[in-house]
Design a protein around this ligand. Structure first.
Ligand code: GCU
Length: 674
């Protein structure tokens, strides 16, 4: 059934001509060696080719025309490919001649590289590419490409919209269900090479012997797929689990506890990746509770995992209830002064923006501001603020926009991508994390189109320069069919969908106007929550005279956290990108936009435009009915109906609220509320 379980690894039968073409390139598989990873690569090829062509392909002991050859320098095969610069995980694929026979050679320096090469070849075959003249090389630009699961030990998922956690803690470690290997396949097919199993709002119990054994069982399944396991840790675990009197990072007993704990974990999981830490943020304990810095805390943990080759990922998502500073400034204020103080196996993990995964945020000012510290990107794949499981809002353009943003840290061209791939400041330890959108739903991600966000994260983690549109094309071809009658309209829907959500939720740089707690639906009027920075009114600051958060020198001066060229550009509403206008400026309702219309009229037009875009997507999707299987067609159609209704709800509620503040009429031509 087309219930989405197979993700982008569907391997459905292809039409006759392509089947013949694939068959001619897969007369057999030549490998040498017998590692579990290689066995997975061969099995995946067999599964893929059989699915697409109906033919079974066998391992060959000698070359034959049309063979697929998997080789590393170790295997002794004389290769017409230089694997020199491919690194540990890269690969090359070439249509070539070996011993006089035309073959497809997949070459790498490791079996992991071969596995990634196999998935690339299968992507080409499924996507309808010509298979007779392949010549490509690919190596990841970022070293650690991780999913962060916000999965709780009770089976729920924080900000998860695809059902409960896929980790069946209750029956682990004894029972390892088949879904774990399918999860690993899907991730390996994208080059994702690590996974943090548990929520950053961690429970101490995740470090008990029982849970270490469960994590070890998962690590065992994932290992041959090139995926390492990591854990989120709770700062006060030594107190909660073993009665220590303090969690002060400079207390020798605390350091000894963590060292012993790390040793225990590595005995069970020799290739354990390391720890992810949320400390002194949203009520979580941390080193600041003992008047120590984030660096003190991170370095103490880093010392515990260092002998084993582990790392610490210390999150910069911090803001304190008793700190009156603009929330958008607090992470920079805390972390920038610590640049240069972190141990060499610590990475600071920074969300893409300074508030919290909004439909649009300007890039986080820490990018480019901590040259001596490897910064890791944290994207949210699960769409907490972008319509969760029902709204079609493809995140590729959001990822691309952030990665391409220019920090000017070392002059023009100092993009965020170059900060996190290490090239700007010469870091060898590099990483990117995506907060997973995975749960037990049959389709894994809560909707067919949400699968594209997982896909895009993985592909862009491997190569942060991949355009979101190219990734959408790949995904649509794999998820549905390479038929341009499907791919073109589906990609067109996807590419404008995030901007549409920005339009109907948070136009012109507004942020955090979602309803309280669940963050689904509008709540710009909310003003009575205990902490000021939880209230939408804190962010939009709308009153009778105007709207927006003044982050220039006359306000919080958050602009000063950016490089001087960027700060100057942002400080002037005429030169700041209009899409970020109200993020940085408080402006009168009558302020003239570039279009010539007033700020208020422009806002209303954007709300209208967002709703209209969803209607367009509905029309496009309806026209695809004859080409899409009934299950997935029906799911998407139903979800688009929900999205249409809720885009209207967003528009009507937002406009009604802001009108209650500014008393302005709707511009001519704007629809009345539904
Ligand atoms: C957001 C989200 C929380 C999460 C937090 C974090 O605030 O709503 O659920 O715990 O981010 O990233 O730590």
């Amino acid at each position: 059934a087309e219930d989405g379980y197979d993700l982008w690894l569907r391997y459905r039968p292809v039409e006759a001509a392509r089947s013949t073409d694939i068959a001619a390139r897969t007369t057999g598989i030549v490998t040498s060696g017998d590692s579990p990873t290689l066995a997975i690569a061969v099995a995946e090829l067999q599964r893929g080719v059989e699915g697409m062509t109906g033919r079974q392909i066998a391992p060959l002991s000698a070359l034959r025309p049309g063979a697929l050859v998997l080789a590393t320098p170790r295997t002794g095969t004389a290769m017409p490919i230089d694997t020199g610069r491919l690194g540990d995980e890269g690969y090359a694929i070439r249509s070539t001649q070996m011993s006089g026979a035309p073959v497809t050679l997949i070459a790498a320096n490791s079996d992991r590289g071969l596995l990634y090469g196999v998935y690339h070849w299968l992507r080409l075959a499924q996507g309808g590419a010509a298979l007779d003249r392949i010549d490509l090389r690919s190596a990841p630009r970022i070293g650690l490409r991780l999913l962060n699961h916000w999965d709780n030990l009770d089976g729920t998922v924080e900000r998860g919209y695809a059902g409960m956690s896929i980790w069946d803690w209750w029956r682990l470690p004894d029972y390892k269900g088949p879904r774990y290997a399918d999860y690993a396949r899907a991730n390996a097919s994208l080059g994702i090479n690590g996974t943090v199993l548990n929520n950053v709002n961690a429970k101490a119990e995740s470090l008990t012997p029982a849970y270490i054994a469960k994590a070890a069982a998962l690590a065992h399944v994932f290992r041959p797929y090139g995926i390492r396991v990591y854990l989120s840790v709770r700062w006060t675990a030594p107190m909660e689990l073993d009665g220590l009197k303090t969690a002060d990072p400079l207390d020798p007993q605390v350091a000894a506890w963590w060292k012993a704990k790390a040793d225990e974990i590595y005995r069970a999981i020799p290739d354990f990746g390391g720890f992810l830490v949320k400390a002194n943020s949203e009520g979580q304990p941390g080193p600041q509770d003992y008047k120590r810095t984030h660096a003190d805390g991170a370095n103490m943990l880093a010392a515990a995992v260092k002998p084993h080759g582990g790392i610490v990922m210390w999150r910069a998502f911090v803001y304190q209830h008793d700190n009156p500073e603009d929330r958008a400034k607090q992470a920079y204020s805390d972390f920038k002064p610590l640049d240069g103080q972190f141990a060499d196996n610590v990475m600071v993990q920074v969300k893409n923006g300074a508030i919290d995964f909004q439909p649009r945020e300007p890039f986080h000012p820490l990018f480019g501001a901590m040259p001596r510290t490897p910064l890791m990107m944290e994207f949210q794949i699960t769409k907490e603020y972008l319509g969760q499981s029902t709204h079609l809002t493809y995140l590729g353009p959001l990822f691309e926009e952030v990665l391409k943003a220019d920090t000017f840290a070392k002059g023009r061209g100092s993009t965020v991508a170059k900060v996190i791939d290490g090239s700007l400041d010469g870091h060898r330890l590099t990483g990117i994390a995506g907060v997973a959108n995975i749960g037990v739903d049959r389709d894994w991600s809560g909707s067919i189109f949400n699968q594209a966000d997982w896909y895009a994260f993985g592909r862009m983690a491997w190569n942060p320069d991949l355009p979101a549109e190219a990734v959408a094309r790949e995904w649509a071809a794999l998820a549905f069919s390479p038929d341009p009658r499907i791919v073109d309209p589906v990609v067109a829907m996807m590419m404008g969908s995030r901007e549409a959500a920005v339009d109907y939720m948070t136009p012109l740089g507004l942020s955090h106007v979602m309803a309280t707690g669940h963050h689904y639906g509008p709540g710009p009027w909310v003003s009575d929550l205990a902490r000021p920075e939880w209230n939408p009114v804190y962010y939009h600051k709308a009153d009778a005279s105007g709207i927006g958060f003044d982050r220039t020198a006359s306000g919080s001066d958050a602009v000063a956290q950016y490089a001087p060229q960027v700060a100057k550009m942002l400080a002037n509403p005429k030169t700041a990108p209009e899409r970020d206008l109200l993020w940085f400026h408080h402006l009168p309702w009558s302020y003239r936009l570039k279009s010539g219309e007033s700020l208020w009229d422009g806002m209303v037009h954007r709300y209208d435009r967002g709703v209209a875009y969803v209607e367009d997507m509905q029309r496009t999707w309806d026209s695809l009915r004859p080409l899409i299987d009934p299950e997935r067609f029906a799911q998407t159609q139903a979800f688009l109906r929900i999205q249409r209704r809720e885009a209207q709800w967003w528009r009507d509620a937002s406009i009604a609220y802001f009108q209650s503040v500014n008393r302005l009429p709707l511009p001519a031509g704007s629809a009345k509320p539904a």
